[in-house]
Design a protein around this ligand. Structure first.
Ligand code: ZN
Ligand code: ZN
Length: 77
């Protein structure tokens, strides 16, 4: 499953190009400061790479869609 392009675009707009991760067990305090670039979606070769993530794992829509830098995305669990 995946989010629709429309949902990802809207989630991206809300993120303002910054990782939305606030996981307390990561090594950032509060929200992750990593800035992302739209064109670098899924690009592990760039620090500005990112991926969309379903908080519920059920892809329930915009409020369930989180924009994460790949460093956070790779250490969600
Ligand atoms: Zn992050
Ligand atoms: Zn994080």
């Amino acid at each position: 499953m995946a989010f629709t392009k429309d949902i990802v675009e809207r989630a991206w707009a809300l993120s303002k190009g910054q990782c939305q991760c606030e996981r307390s067990f990561h090594d950032h305090d509060g929200r992750c400061p990593n800035e992302l670039v739209w064109e670098d979606r899924g690009n592990h070769d760039k620090p500005t790479g990112w991926q969309d993530h379903s908080k519920s794992s059920a892809y329930r829509g915009l409020s369930d869609c989180e924009i994460l830098c790949l460093k956070c995305f790779d250490s969600i669990w």
